[in-house]
Design a protein around this ligand. Structure first.
Ligand code: THU
Length: 150
């Protein structure tokens, strides 16, 4: 069941990756946030000529969910990434998991939601697939609760 849910999210994340703006790294990442009512919010990495300003797919996705007033409704996240071909497809066998900064941003959503978030990750070629909990990827996290924010 978890595997099936994960595959649906990974498929949506793969579609989102087609819109990656990654002309510098040529590494595309797509992400999806599944909301409690079954709706999905997607995003892709968004690079910048000033490299350090680039935004990861997960960050774009969570900011989009927040802009829809739905940050607290996220129950699961899917992520896929790999070398970006000119036609927008991804390649590669390495599993892509959220970077450190994105883990902290995911923790913000998890703590505000009062639930752990399921995170599904996959390689572009489908050979690698993994499931984590947000608390597993960022144990002992500092978050809104530490500042008295609910
Ligand atoms: N990237 C993501 O979008 N998410 C991650 O979790 C890892 C890295 C992006 C950032 C940059 O545009 C490209 O992948 C290469 O680092």
């Amino acid at each position: 069941m978890r595997e099936v849910a994960g595959r649906v999210l990974i498929d949506a994340a793969r579609e989102a990756a087609a819109h990656a703006h990654a002309p510098y790294s040529h590494f595309g990442v797509g992400a999806v946030a599944l909301l409690a009512d079954g709706q999905m919010v997607t995003g892709a990495n968004f690079e910048n000529a000033s490299y350090g300003l680039s935004l990861c797919a997960e960050t774009v996705t969570l900011a989009t969910a927040n802009s829809q007033g739905r940050l607290r409704e996220i129950v699961a996240i899917g992520v896929i990434g790999g070398a970006l071909a000119k036609d927008g497809t991804l390649g590669g066998s390495a599993l892509v998991t959220p970077c450190g900064r994105c883990r902290q941003i995911i923790n913000e959503a998890a703590q505000l939601a009062g639930r752990d978030i399921d995170i599904y990750c996959a390689s572009a070629d489908g050979s690698a697939f993994a499931y984590f909990r947000a608390s597993e990827l960022l144990p002992h996290a500092f978050g809104p609760a530490d500042l008295g924010v609910k």
